[in-house]
Design a protein around this ligand. Structure first.
Ligand SMILES: Cc1cc2nc3c(=O)[nH]c(=O)nc-3n(C[C@H](O)[C@H](O)[C@H](O)COP(=O)(O)OP(=O)(O)OC[C@H]3O[C@@H](n4cnc5c(N)ncnc54)[C@H](O)[C@@H]3O)c2cc1C
Length: 503
């Protein structure tokens, strides 16, 4: 029966950075990373814009970055957390660079800092327009060379096990689905770190990849852990409108920072009607303005206009975006680029303290699945890769000090069912998934939430899904779908009328 001192669920920036830091500090500990698909299939590798860090203390300051973050969060950030994250940023950046990540410099050899919505200064470090890919690649290459880290791809964690002793709940292991051998297994652990990313797949339009189904939220909720602020889903205003594609390709905010305009069907800029910052207002404001414009004009999208920009420079800064557009016959130097808002980032999540500890002491949550208090109602652009690094660091320091108190449980659990029904592309679940996406999208967009009706519909979807399974076996698409249902239900409950949502 397998066991590991620390189990990390997820191979994005937070899980990988935590693993490397902890493995170096504690070569005596065994660390296992499980990831439900290929290791690089993450939100992280899709990140384009980069990472927000104050590097030029002459023009910029921690105070300004703190102010911008608090303003974006609309009074709902935890100010102490905001200060901690922003003040730690330069050190974490140094570590990331030491691990091999490369960020662009200008001709003078200074950081080529990008500007994004809600930032009062240029402070986004980037690797062209594929910053996340650069980070993911470099971290993964270190992971595979680290002796006390085992990386298991195609291993989907499906349930956390908890035990209560002397009134204290501990997380003692997890069931997982080993896709390579088509088997459900159990692993014993002394601590678990959830770094499972977000839940954009709950919505019809999203920039998140297929793995983003809210698994960490659902598993933590089932284990009795507190989940907070799930009503604050951030929509990115500029996803490339391309029919029913899922996920939608993102046109980075940095493109607006570079000077692109957003225009309506009559080719007029309209954002100044909503905010004096125009294209550089925060994402919630720009997304809402675009949605209103689309509703009023009865159009399916608006446009991003890059035609007036220096084309050589544009191509140099955004090679991946240019290549993607060209591949579908769009040339930003002469064509308008159709865009729509899309679900992009989960501001809430598993409630943690400043060390990434959840309401269960040996269960941690870091990265997008965690609700740290940094983002409040609306994440400031490019603050999430930074948050992932800082909380991975905090959690790593904390586990180093606390893990001695957690010993392996002697209980070895066996899976309830031995038969696994994979049916990965099981069509009826795809249909149910689409229905759920439609339900959550319209529920979220509505100003007056009918919580009761939405919950009733979720119950009906659950019944339909249950009718599709054989009760004597585990059905994998059902597990994915029930995680989505659980997360959807949490969003619905937390979108109570007295709580505003972020879009
Ligand atoms: C298109 C796009 C562009 C972005 N651009 C930026 C940007 O420029 N700057 C910025 O700061 N942020 C950006 N973000 C947000 C940022 O990329 C994410 O918030 C961040 O990468 C999340 O990292 P993470 O470590 O939390 O998890 P992720 O990178 O999302 O990885 C989640 C991991 O968990 C695994 N997993 C999930 N469930 C299970 C399970 N049940 N069992 C096993 N494994 C599981 C997945 O397989 C995956 O490995 C962007 C996001 C997107 C989608």
């Amino acid at each position: 029966m397998p066991k590991t001192d620390i189990l990390i669920v997820g191979s994005g920036i937070s899980g990988l950075f935590f693993a490397i830091k902890t493995a170096r500090k504690r070569p005596d500990l065994s660390i296992c990373i499980m990831t439900k698909e290929k290791a690089n299939n993450t939100n992280t590798q899709l990140a384009q814009g980069g990472i927000a860090v104050v590097t030029n203390q002459l023009k910029d300051s921690f105070e300004q970055h703190i102010k911008d973050t608090l303003k974006s969060g609309a009074g709902l950030c935890d100010e102490e957390i905001v200060k901690m994250v922003i003040q730690q940023a330069p050190e974490r950046l140094e570590e990331l660079i030491e691990l091999g990540a490369i960020f662009d410099k200008n001709k003078e050899g200074q950081w080529d800092l990008g500007l994004e919505g809600g930032h009062s200064q240029h402070r986004i470090l980037h690797h062209k327009d594929s910053s996340g890919l650069e980070i993911e690649k470099k971290l993964l290459s270190i992971i595979t060379q680290t002796a006390n880290i085992e990386l298991l791809e195609n291993h989907q964690v499906i349930e956390l096990n908890t035990e209560t002793k002397r009134n204290e709940v501990n997380c003692t292991g997890a069931f997982f689905y080993d896709k390579n051998n088509n088997a459900i297994k159990y692993i014993r652990t002394r601590a678990i770190v959830l770094s499972t990313g977000g839940c954009g797949q709950l919505f019809e339009n999203t920039t998140n990849p297929a793995i983003a189904t809210g698994d960490g939220i659902a598993m933590a909720a089932r284990a009795g852990v507190e989940i907070k602020d799930m009503q604050y889903m951030q929509f990115h205003p500029t996803a490339l409108a391309s029919g029913n594609k899922n996920p939608l390709f993102l046109i980075s905010e940095a493109v607006r920072g570079f000077g692109a305009y957003i225009i309506n069907d009559e080719h007029k800029r309209f954002l100044f009607k909503y905010d004096l910052r125009g294209e550089l207002a925060t994402r919630d404001i720009v997304s809402r303005a675009i949605s209103i414009e689309m509703l009023e004009t009865q159009k399916k999208h608006v446009y991003l206009d890059c035609r007036h920009l220096d084309q050589d420079d544009f191509f140099k800064h955004f090679p991946s975006i240019s290549a993607h557009c060209n591949a579908i016959g769009l040339y930003p130097e002469k064509d308008l680029v159709p865009i729509v808002p899309a679900a992009h980032y989960q501001c809430g999540g598993i409630k943690v303290d400043r060390n990434g500890v959840t309401t269960i002491k040996n269960l941690y949550a870091i990265g997008e699945c965690a609700r740290t208090g940094l983002h409040g109602k609306n994440r400031l652009a490019s603050n999430s890769l930074l948050e992932a690094l800082v909380f991975a660091h905090q959690a790593s320091n904390n586990i180093d000090k606390t893990i001695a108190a957690f010993i392996f449980s002697s209980k070895i659990l066996l899976p309830k069912f031995s038969t696994v029904n994979i049916k990965n592309n099981y069509e009826p679940y795809q249909i149910l998934k689409k229905e759920l996406q439609k339900l959550i999208t319209s529920f979220y967009a509505s100003d007056e939430h009918d919580t009761h009706l939405a919950m009733l519909k979720i119950k009906m979807l659950k019944n339909e899904a249950e009718n599709l399974i054989d009760k004597n076996e585990i059905t994998i698409p059902f597990i994915d779908f029930s995680n989505m249902l659980t997360t959807a239900l949490i969003i619905i409950k937390q979108c109570q009328p007295e709580k505003e949502h972020s879009y």
